[in-house]
Design a protein around this ligand. Structure first.
Ligand code: C6P
Length: 404
């Protein structure tokens, strides 16, 4: 039995009101809320052991270093990476993708091909376009279908020995589609291509086993996993991370520096130039502990219940269309109401204390595919309830009444 009331008590923000109404927070795909234990770990860091890491012999620096590295081990264990040095702390998913894209600018040659899925967030499109402009590589798109899934036959046809890299999200932020990434990784490896999976939307909701997936690169953000903003990680297989050049130069990523020549530090430090988000990294570890205490399987199961309930309730509206209807999906419902602009619905829901995201969700190609300006997106987390969904349904009735 999933004790949602007990879980809700862990999140102070869920007690607040917005516009005089209890907050209903359905914008979890944008960022998740933060439990008290994570807030406490941030306060604890700044109150008790704020110091720079990997540098000082003094007690505070040692303590901060130990906690930061402990957090790296937590990430390694949680995602089942083979080595802790394959986990690079980043500022988030976008940063991780850019490290890999920048590294490949020294690997790709004119005429090499890279494949991107039609379901990507702009973060997993733009860095690759920049890479192709720089290298003369060719960007090809794995098409999507009406349900919001990828056309796998087309994917297989696009793959060839010219393909050097495939990048795809595990779960679409705009539609909730879970992509068949294991199958995609295996097919890509058959032609010798590397694969980067954008796990920004999967890491918070389902168990990810990096070794079982055999993925080459995986990126995610802590702030979608009950952790703080400004921190995330890039996983890369050791052989790839050793092959890629550093992303930035600076302190901590070096072994020796002279004006003649600099040698670089080993993994993971080679990719972690400058003072990192120490507090964020530590709090990310606390967030993982928190999620593991509840259990990702329990979270996934409860969120599926919310998805099913929400979908059923929304489909009771005659003029409402849901985008993203694949069998395998997470708790994201993207929808529009005929004749009403999504933005207007978002504004009215906000007046009622209900937070949803409206617009293109940083995934304009998906909106172009459906020929719509955007959608209303309700994304549920494990601390949401069916009662809150009922509240949104009532809010939608009001919005339709006011806007039609
Ligand atoms: N999506 C959303 O509302 P950052 O900003 O680096 O933490 O994450 C970027 C990102 C990359 N890939 C996917 C699949 C994502 O969903 C996101 C962030 C948020 O959908 C904010 S745009």
């Amino acid at each position: 039995m999933f004790l949602v009331d007990k879980i809700r008590a862990d999140f102070p923000i869920l007690e607040r009101e917005v516009n005089g109404k209890p907050l209903v927070y359905f914008d979890n795909a944008a960022t998740s809320q933060t439990p008290k234990v994570v807030i406490d770990s941030i306060v604890d860091y700044y109150t008790n052991y704020n110091a720079n890491i990997h540098r000082g012999v003094h007690a505070l620096s040692q303590e901060a270093t130990d906690k930061y590295e402990e957090s790296r081990l937590k990430v390694q264990k949680h995602f089942n990476a083979k080595h802790s040095y394959e986990i690079i702390f980043t500022s988030g998913t976008t940063h991780g993708i850019n490290i890999v894209a920048s590294g490949f600018s020294e690997i790709l040659k004119v005429g090499d091909e890279v494949l991107v899925s039609a379901l990507e967030h702009h973060s997993n499109i733009v860095p690759w376009q920049m890479l192709c402009e720089k290298t003369g590589a060719i960007l090809k798109v794995i098409p999507m279908n009406e349900e919001g899934g990828l056309v796998m036959d087309e994917y297989k046809n696009l793959l060839s020995t010219n393909t050097k890299l495939v990048f795809c999200n595990h779960i679409s932020n705009a539609l909730g589609t879970i992509n068949p990434i294991k199958e995609m990784i295996d097919y890509a490896h058959n032609v010798g291509a590397a694969v980067l999976i954008d796990g920004a939307q999967s890491a918070p909701h389902i168990k990810v086993d990096l070794q079982a997936l055999d993925v080459d690169f995986f990126v995610a953000s802590a702030h979608k996993m009950c952790g703080p903003t400004g921190v995330g990680f890039l996983y890369g297989k050791q052989e790839w991370l050793e092959k890629l050049p550093p992303y930035q130069g600076g302190g901590e990523m070096i072994e020796t520096v002279t004006f003649k020549k600099t040698t670089y530090a080993g993994l993971p430090h080679k990719f972690e130039a400058g003072t990192p988000n120490i507090c964020g990294g530590i709090a990310f570890g606390t967030a993982l502990d928190y999620l593991n205490e509840i259990g990702l399987e329990n979270i996934a199961q409860y969120e599926q219940e919310l998805l099913e309930y929400g979908t059923k309730k929304l489909l009771e509206f005659e003029n409402l269309k849901i985008y993203g209807t694949t069998k395998e999906k997470t708790s994201v419902i993207s929808f529009n109401i005929e004749g009403i602009h999504p933005y207007d619905v978002g504004v009215i829901l906000d007046k009622l204390g209900i937070a949803v995201r409206t617009g293109h969700h940083c995934a304009q190609p998906i909106m172009d595919f459906y020929q719509i300006p955007g959608t209303i997106r309700a994304s549920f987390a494990f601390y949401n309830t069916k009662e809150e969904i009922d509240c949104m349904v009532e809010g939608l009735k009001k919005a339709i009444h006011m806007l039609s």
